[in-house]
Design a protein around this ligand. Structure first.
Ligand code: CTP
Length: 399
C-alpha cells in the first residue's frame, strides 16, 4: 500500500512564480496514492495552466465559486479533505485568509475549513518581512495552521536578503505525510536518534574512524519524524543530505557524541543509538602533522573511548525506551542479547556484518530485532527506509 492511499488532499495554488514547483508536489502526492483536488486562484492561472495540474492529478481543476454543477463545492472540499495545503501562499492569500475574506473559491474553502491546513508562503523577501505579512501569518499559525518555510535562497527576481523562497516540493510532501500520519503513537514523542561514525584524531590531518555511512540512523530519524515525533538527530560526519524535519546536531568525536546524547536524553521518550562510535582513540594527539620520515616504525597507542550507552544511563528518563544496535561478525543473537543486558536496553537491532546487503555503506540492511522479552524477530533484506519502518513497528509496542 502506498503512503497516502485513499487520502484526500486539496492543493490550493495562488498566483506566485513558485507555482511551477507545485506541479511537482501535485505529482508526488498523486503518485503516492492521494486523491488531489487542485484549487487555483485567478492569478495562479496566469502562471500555470489548469491543463498541467489536470494531467498531473487526473482530476479537474476547480478555480471558481460559480462553476455550473459545482454549487457549494467550497463547503464540500473544506469538510471532506483530509488536508488542505496552500502552496504557494502569496502575501495576498495570507492577508485574505487572516482577515476571513471569502471572495474566491480558495479563500472560501479556507474560511469554511476546520481540519488541518498547511501553508507554504512564497513571495519577495521584503514582502515577507513586512509587519503586515508577519502578523497575518502569525494569526493563522495561532489558529492552528502549520506554516512551512519560506526559506532563504534566490528568488525569481535575483538574490534575496531574507526568506521568501517557497520550500521545495519534497519538503512540503514530507510535511503532508507527517500531517496525515493521524493518531500515530509516535505523535509528539521526543525521540533522539544517533547516526554515522565518529572520528578520533591522531594529528591535525589524520583520524581513526570506521566506514559507517549514517544511512540507517538517517532513515530512522526521517521515518519516526514522518510518524509525528519530535526528533533530534545527533550525527557524526557523513555526506548525507539532512532529512526534512529532524533537528540536526553535528558531532565529531565519541566524547562529543556522548555529551550531546546526555544533553538530549534528559527529555527523550526514546533513544535509537544507531551511531557507530569509534571505540578507540590515540592516547596522545600530535599537535602538528606527523612526518612520514620521522621514524622507521610508528607505534600508536590506543585507548578505549567512552561507551556512550553505558555512560548515559543516568541521563535516561524513567520509562524511556532505549534501542541499541549490535554489529556482529559471528556470534549473532547470543552476543546481541548480552549487549542488550549489559547496556540496559529495551531492544537491540542485530546487524551481521558478514550478511550480503547488510551493515556499513550499503542502501539495504538485514536485521534481527531483539526485545528485552520475547523472541528474536528476523526482518528480510530491505532498503534501510523499510527496515526503519519495521523497527518502529516493533518498538511502538513499548511506548
Ligand atoms: N556504542 C556506544 N558507545 C561506543 C560504542 C558503541 O554507545 N563507544 C553503542 C552503539 O551505538 C550500539 C551499541 O553500543 O548501539 C553496540 O555497539 P557495537 O559496536 O555493536 O558494540 P560495542 O559496545 O562497541 O562492543 P564490541 O565492539 O565489543 O562488539
Amino acid at each position: 500500500m502506498t503512503a497516502l492511499a485513499g487520502r484526500h488532499v486539496v492543493l490550493g495554488v495562488s498566483g506566485g512564480i513558485a507555482s511551477y514547483k507545485s506541479c511537482t508536489l501535485a505529482r508526488r502526492l498523486t503518485e503516492t496514492g492521494a486523491r488531489v483536488d487542485v484549487v487555483m486562484t485567478r492569478a495562479a492561472t496566469e502562471f500555470v495552466g489548469t491543463v498541467t495540474f489536470e494531467a498531473l492529478t487526473g482530476r479537474p481543476v476547480i478555480s471558481s465559486l460559480w462553476e455550473p454543477g459545482r454549487a457549494l463545492s467550497h463547503i464540500h472540499l473544506a469538510r471532506e479533505a483530509d488536508l488542505v495545503i496552500v502552496a504557494p501562499a502569496t502575501a495576498q492569500v495570507l492577508a485574505r485568509a487572516a482577515q476571513g475574506l471569502a471572495d474566491d473559491l480558495l479563500t472560501a474553502i479556507l474560511l469554511a475549513r476546520t481540519g488541518p491546513v498547511i501553508v507554504a508562503p512564497a513571495m519577495n523577501d521584503r514582502m515577507f518581512a513586512h509587519p503586515a505579512t508577519r502578523r497575518n501569518l502569525e494569526s493563522l499559525v495561532d489558529r492552528g495552521w502549520l506554516a512551512v518555510g519560506p526559506e532563504k535562497g534566490p528568488l525569481a527576481e535575483g538574490a534575496a536578503e531574507g526568506p521568501g523562497r517557497m520550500s521545495e516540493p519534497e519538503t512540503l510532501f514530507a510535511h503532508v505525510v507527517r500531517a496525515l500520519s493521524g493518531e500515530s503513537p509516535w505523535r509528539n514523542r521526543k525521540v533522539v536518534v544517533t547516526a554515522g561514525p565518529t572520528r578520533e584524531a591522531l594529528d591535525p590531518v589524520r583520524v581513526f574512524t570506521n566506514p559507517s555511512s549514517g544511512r540507517m540512523g538517517f532513515a530512522l530519524a526521517s521515518a519516526v519524524w514522518l510518524r509525528g515525533a519530535d526528533v533530534t538527530l545527533v550525527t557524526g560526519p557523513t555526506s548525507l543530505e539532512p532529512p526534512v524535519g529532524p533537528k540536526v546536531v553535528r558531532v565529531v568525536t565519541t566524547a562529543e557524541l556522548s555529551r550531546a546524547v546526555a544533553r538530549h536524553l534528559r527529555r527523550a521518550d526514546v533513544l535509537f543509538m544507531a551511531a557507530a562510535p569509534a571505540d578507540f582513540r590515540p592516547r596522545r594527539q600530535a599537535g602538528t602533522k606527523i612526518k612520514r620520515g620521522a621514524s622507521e616504525k610508528l607505534v600508536v597507542e590506543l585507548t578505549p573511548t567512552t561507551d556512550v550507552l553505558s555512560a548515559t544511563r543516568k541521563a535516561r528518563r524513567r520509562g524511556a525506551v532505549i534501542v541499541g544496535f549490535a554489529l556482529e561478525a559471528g556470534g549473532g543473537v547470543r552476543s546481541a542479547r548480552a549487549k542488550l543486558a549489559e547496556k540496559a536496553l529495551d531492544f537491540i537491532i542485530l546487524n551481521d556484518a558478514r550478511e550480503p546487503g547488510a551493515g556499513f555503506e550499503v542502501e539495504t540492511n538485514k536485521v534481527t530485532i531483539i526485545g528485552k522479552t520475547g523472541r528474536a524477530k528476523p526482518v528480510q533484506l530491505l532498503p534501510k527506509s523499510e527496515v526503519a519502518a519495521a523497527i518502529l513497528d516493533a518498538v511502538e509496542s513499548a511506548l
